[in-house]
Ligand binder design. Structure first.
Ligand SMILES: *[C@@H]1O[C@H](CO)[C@@H](O)[C@H](O)[C@H]1NC(C)=O
Ligand SMILES: *[C@@H]1O[C@H](CO)[C@@H](O)[C@H](O)[C@H]1NC(C)=O
Length: 227
């Protein structure tokens, strides 16, 4: 909420200066908030205490994404306490949202990646252990970003990696794109067309039917057709 207000204010200032647009057209209920991201992408099941995405004509804001399956369940960590699957799902949800706005994921200018070692620590975990775990997880996020379905060989976005003591539902990884300029000209969204984008369909098939989207990394097989 605060973020949306701040960015709305920045948008107002930016356009008043750069484009001489009337302030009156930008003040008011210019930001549209969407509680759930499009069909196939993971729903929240915590009472919809936030919007999964917000947008106006100029920017798209995507909520921090986690490794939830299509039923809204946080998937298990991969064997050895790895985060391949959770990070993959987070990026696929982000990509599905971008596709709704007719933009490739490569148009995201910057992300914040939050990593919390809490799920794999115990009373004898040392700071050196935590450092090792977070470095390993950061490498896993790096590998996922370079998959052809995400950035491939394209220039990567700017990024901050933050070690967090705790993430929602005790998760290990959360990925939040910063404000995304709406560079497409069509400006049609899947919310208008009611057609769920390809990445949302991939996510739905994977998490409901267990069809793994890539063989490049040891992602978990998910899903039993039941929520
Ligand atoms: C405690 O956590 C460390 C890593 O943080 C791990 O190496 C060790 O096996 C764990 N010990 C137990 C008893 O689970
Ligand atoms: C990235 O570049 C390498 C070598 O330049 C090439 O072999 C590889 O296929 C490229 N990958 C993608 C996803 O474009």
């Amino acid at each position: 909420m605060n973020k949306a207000i701040i960015f709305t204010a920045l948008t107002v200032i930016g356009f008043a200066v750069a484009h001489e647009r009337s302030l009156a057209t930008l003040i008011g209920d210019d930001v549209t908030r969407v509680v759930g991201i499009p069909s196939g992408a993971p729903p929240t099941n915590d009472g919809y205490a936030y919007s999964q995405l917000s947008y106006n004509n100029d920017f798209l804001w995507i909520a921090g994404q986690n490794g939830y399956d299509s039923c809204g369940r946080l998937v298990d960590l991969d064997e050895g306490g790895n985060i391949w699957t959770r990070a993959y799902i987070a990026f696929l949800s982000i990509k599905a949202t971008m596709e709704c706005f007719n933009m490739p994921i490569t148009q995201i200018p910057s992300t914040t990646v939050y990593l919390s070692p809490l799920p794999v620590t115990n009373a004898s975990t040392t700071p050196a252990d935590i450092n090792r775990i977070l470095l390993e997880w950061r490498s896993q996020v790096n590998v996922i970003q370079r998959l052809p379905e995400f950035w491939g060989n394209s220039t990567l976005p700017a990024r901050a990696v933050v070690g967090a003591q705790w993430l929602s539902r005790g998760d290990a990884v959360e990925i939040e794109p910063k404000a995304v300029p709406r560079t497409n000209t069509l400006r049609r969204t899947c919310l208008d067309t009611r057609v769920s984008p390809p990445s949302a369909q991939i996510l739905l098939r994977w998490t409901k039917q267990g069809i793994k989207p890539t063989t490049a990394i040891p992602l978990l097989r998910l899903g039993d057709n039941q929520c």
